[in-house]
Write a protein that binds this ligand. Structure first.
Ligand code: SAM
Ligand code: SF4
Length: 342
């Protein structure tokens, strides 16, 4: 029995349910819980993949530093701001600025971008950052400049596996940074990859329990898709079902959290995002990065929606959402578990 589960009887019962029921029954229960709390709403986030430069070398990632086949790009601060303003005018109210750990984007450059977005959207748009590990003082600076949320997956809760796959970076430091974000007043998002080589069913359960223990406001779960130009290129592709089970388990453990139906799920299976939404996910992230750039942000092969603009994607997402009897909502959609007072 996992240490946390034994000190949390409700979590223990949920894990027992997870272990014993079929995927269909698990997903159905998670869907019921999701609809009872979030209704049929699915929040939209405009995703901007602003840089594929990265100083890190995570073994699973297609844009890792050592992959010399990647055509590198970075959007200028002005391009990033203009994209979010365009998204705002199209009705989007939340933007996720995501990139590799790119030192060109200094603390001050990101602050400038945040300030511009907030000014040009009259403070009406929520901004989520997702650019990896930075010192606590930088997280505080960005919060003061207008950042609302931060996404940083812990990737796996197994400390040894984490160190191995992230080339020496420790789980402990990642979790410390997530605490820093919480202390700075961010809405905190994390999550993990499902199907990594070296992971077991017990790792997957521990991953979900860690999300509960840390009370994350947002949890992103993505199936790991092996990229041929990485050291894990020959790893087997695990079925999407593992990620669906993980989504359902986290929904039961953290009913209030916002959970995206990830692009990786849609890339692995044509109906992957619909299946995720039917398993408890309540967020979609149309990718509004210009087509010329997003084709080079390949974390994994066969990524979907590379040829359309994110604005065209919204129509397609609207149809997909209806297929699972849900409705897109353009509002900021703060996490129900988050409060401005830490
Ligand atoms: N660099 C930042 C970081 O690592 O937190 C943010 C960008 S990173 C590309 C976003 C996420 O991509 C990671 O958290 C990881 O889970 C996911 N990712 C990387 N390689 C992947 C792969 N091969 N399959 C699926 N997801 C992948
Ligand atoms: Fe860089 Fe993030 Fe990819 Fe790791 S997962 S190599 S930090 S972009």
């Amino acid at each position: 029995m996992n240490k946390l589960a034994s000190s949390d009887p409700e979590a223990e019962a949920i894990v027992e349910f997870y272990r014993t029921v079929s995927t269909g029954a698990l997903v159905q229960r998670a869907d019921e819980v999701c609809r009872s709390i979030h209704g049929n709403k699915v929040w939209l986030r405009g995703l901007v993949e602003f840089s594929n430069y990265c100083s890190m070398d995570c073994q699973y990632c297609g844009i890792r530093h050592s992959n010399t086949n990647v055509e590198r790009y970075r959007l200028s601060p002005e391009q990033i701001v203009n994209l979010t303003v365009q998204g705002y005018e199209a009705g989007l109210r939340t933007f996720v600025l995501q990139g590799g750990e790119d030192p060109w984007f200094t603390a001050d450059r990101i602050s400038f971008i945040l300030d511009q977005i907030k000014t040009k959207t009259r403070g009406m748009a929520a901004v989520t950052l997702s650019l990896g590990l930075r010192p606590r003082s930088v997280f505080a600076q960005w919060k003061a400049a207008g950042a609302d949320r931060y996404l940083m997956r812990f990737e796996t809760s197994d400390p040894e596996l984490h160190r191995r796959l992230r080339c020496g970076a420790t789980l402990e430091r990642r979790l410390e940074a997530l605490e820093d974000l919480r202390d700075c007043g961010y809405e905190v998002g994390s999550g993990y990859l499902v199907g990594l080589p070296g992971e077991s069913e017990e790792t997957r359960i521990a991953n979900a329990l860690l999300c509960r223990e840390k009370k994350f406001d947002m949890v992103g779960i993505g199936p790991f898709i092996p990229h041929p130009e990485t050291p894990l290129g020959d790893a087997p592709q695990q079925p999407l079902e593992l990620a669906l089970r993980a989504t359902a388990l986290v929904r039961l453990l953290l009913p209030l959290a916002n959970m995206p139906a990830t692009t990786a799920a849609g890339s692995l299976d044509k109906q992957g995002r619909e299946k995720m939404m039917a398993a408890g996910a309540n967020v979609l992230m149309p990718n509004i990065t210009p087509e010329d750039f997003k084709k080079n942000y390949l974390l994994y092969p066969n990524k979907i929606c590379l040829d359309e603009s994110g604005f065209e994607c919204i129509n397609c997402l609207d149809i997909r959402t209806h297929l699972v009897r849900k409705n897109i909502d353009y509002a900021r959609g703060d996490s129900l578990s988050w409060s401005p007072e830490p």
